[in-house]
Design a protein around this ligand. Structure first.
Ligand SMILES: [Fe+2]
Length: 294
């Protein structure tokens, strides 16, 4: 199912996904989006996961996001499945993610489950300066992993052409990137809110589109939150250390075996920037080391 929304003004648009029940990270991202003057926040799917706290996360998403679509976790939750539907290449990664999904289902109410079940798979966001196609994994498949090292620009261009869109925005992999395409069009992976991006930095990520001279310019935002207190709380609640350790270290303990070789070892503060021109690179947030508090 594809839904159409309208964003008639030129105020910034925030796009976030992969919350996985990480409520304080979601609160921090929503606050950051407000600081960026984003009047519209779009949710790209996967509200629940390893942190539990599913109702708190879904309630905050329902309250804060004017646009929402379903990720694999949301689809599986809506139909009462205890499988995560992530589609990891490595069966061990998939098993851990399914355990996280099963844990999350224990804190999800029927009302929120029903709301997740009504979400579209994709969204066409009609704006004053072009159409945006929003999705979870890829425009073709909710659980497709679009890793930066494996991007096929011809495929990205074909999706843009097919939908007469100026930009593509997804999530699912947990690793943010921005790719500039022909005619100032673009594709973005917004990263995820629920866990860091495997680069040794505990901060989380989302994307903001800002209008400039008739175009949307994408930026990946890096957001800090009180990850230590949250990890301690989750540990007290019985969450397996395999899920709390990445919140503290910024390095994944699961999902790594499924990564392409190029994504397996990411330098600190890395954010995918492709081979785009300097002007496009300038829209990416400055390197982590320079904005980390003393
Ligand atoms: Fe996902």
């Amino acid at each position: 199912m594809i839904a159409t929304y309208h964003h008639p003004d030129l105020s910034p648009v925030a796009l976030l996904g992969g919350v996985y029940g990480n409520v304080p990270a979601l609160q921090a991202v929503i606050s950051d989006a407000a600081r960026c003057s984003a009047r519209l926040v779009a949710f790209l799917g996967d509200a629940t996961g390893c942190c539990g706290h599913s109702d708190e996360a879904v309630t905050l998403i329902r309250r804060s996001c004017g646009v929402a679509l379903a990720g694999n976790h949301d689809r599986e939750a809506a139909r009462g499945s205890l499988a995560c539907g992530c589609g990891y290449r490595d069966s061990g990664d998939e098993r851990w993610s399914c355990l996280a999904h099963e844990y999350a289902m224990g804190s999800l109410s029927d009302d929120n489950r029903s709301w997740l079940g009504g979400l579209p798979d994709r969204v066409l966001l009609e704006t004053a300066v072009g159409r945006l196609l929003l999705f979870h994994g890829s425009p073709d498949r909710t659980n497709e992993f679009l890793y930066e090292s494996e991007l096929d620009d011809r495929r990205l261009e074909a999706w843009l052409d097919a939908h007469e869109a100026a930009g593509l925005v997804g999530t699912h992999t947990g690793l943010p990137w921005v790719r500039e395409l022909s005619r100032r069009r673009f594709a973005v992976n917004a990263g995820v809110v629920g866990r860091p991006d495997h680069d040794g930095d505990p901060a989380v990520h989302y994307a903001v589109l800002t209008h400039a001279s008739g175009w949307w310019v994408p930026t990946i935002r890096r957001v800090e939150y009180d990850h230590r207190s949250w990890a301690e709380q989750l540990a007290r609640e019985g969450v397996d250390p395999i899920f709390t350790k990445p919140l503290l270290t910024g390095i994944w303990t699961t999902g790594v075996a499924s990564l392409p070789a190029a994504e397996r070892h990411r330098p600190e503060g890395s954010i995918g920037m492709g081979e785009g021109p300097v002007s496009f690179r300038a829209t990416i947030e400055v390197p982590v080391a320079r904005i980390r508090p003393e």
